[in-house]
Write a protein that binds this ligand. Structure first.
Ligand code: ADP
Length: 265
């Protein structure tokens, strides 16, 4: 399955080449008295890949979790695909939040597979239980996707029987099986042994080439340079600067970005 199978909005004649799929304006989030996201603005075009980089604790994961409705933002708006728009300045209604959650799927740093379910059960759970799709159709799709990532023969295995790289590929398949418009990756390779990182990054790169729209939190700067269409540097709950990956990573305009990149080199 590719994202081109999904319904798209009709583009007006004078639309820019890339229609925004995701638009975030003024997103704010506090935990207790601690302001974690100040006023986040983001736009991601259809088929584009945004990489979020920045120091630990700067708010990157919280941005992803707000996009997916796993955290409720305190203010701002999130619009996905034109049809789903949630204004967190007013109390969002349940229907809006469900629509927001339906549009994206998250791939977690620690895979977050159900330990007591098989690989196949992990993949079909969301499509059947959350989306109400028929079991036979969900199973057929799951097997096609597992085959694609070389894990069809592991369909009956439990997560503990798989390597970290295999578990993360199941995590990615589980996200794809939800047929989201937007894929969210939270440091997808941070928990992997170095020799397993390449396989997972290659798979994500293939998805980018196929035209999936993605937001990826990553410390893999070389990967971000190669795969992302845009990089945003997050620090202290704000987007300090964003732009073309090659430009920003080689020649940032902000001193904070420069210092961060310098520490990583
Ligand atoms: P990053 O992904 O950039 O490492 P996070 O978004 O995980 O940053 O965290 C940003 C800040 O929010 C950190 O100070 C973190 O401790 C805090 N934080 C994140 N989640 C929670 C939570 N559920 N409760 C309280 N504080 C949180």
């Amino acid at each position: 399955m590719s994202p081109t199978d999904l319904p798209t909005d009709a583009a007006p004649a004078d639309a820019p080449a890339v229609q925004p799929l995701l638009t975030v304006r003024g997103l704010r989030k506090s935990f207790g008295s601690s302001l974690v996201l100040e006023s986040i603005d983001l736009t991601v075009g259809r088929g584009q890949v945004l990489a979020l980089i920045g120091p630990s604790g700067s708010g990157k994961t919280t941005i992803l979790r707000c996009l997916n409705g796993l955290e409720l933002a305190d203010g701002g708006t999130i619009t996905i695909g034109g049809e789903v728009s949630v204004d967190f300045g007013t109390a969002p209604v349940r229907k809006e939040l469900t629509a927001l959650r339906d549009r994206s799927a998250m791939v977690f740093q620690n895979y977050n597979l159900f330990p007591h379910k098989t690989v196949l059960e992990n993949v079909i759970e969301g499509p059947i239980i959350v989306q109400g799709r028929p079991r036979a159709e969900a199973t057929e799709q799951a097997l096609t996707l597992l085959d694609r990532v070389g894990l069809a023969e592991k369909q009956g295995a439990y997560p503990f029987e798989l390597s970290g790289g295999q578990q993360q590929r199941v995590g990615i398949v589980r996200a794809l099986a939800l047929r989201p418009q937007l894929l969210l990756f939270d440091e997808p390779t941070s928990s992997l042994d170095p020799e397993l990182v390449g396989d997972v990054l290659r798979l994500i790169k293939e998805l980018a080439v196929e035209g999936w729209t993605m937001v990826i939190v990553t410390h893999e700067l070389e990967f971000a340079r190669e795969v992302a269409t845009e990089v945003a540097f997050v620090d202290g709950g704000t987007i300090v600067e964003h732009g073309d990956p090659k430009q920003l990573l080689r020649n940032p305009t902000q001193e904070r970005t420069r210092q961060f990149l310098h520490r990583l080199l």
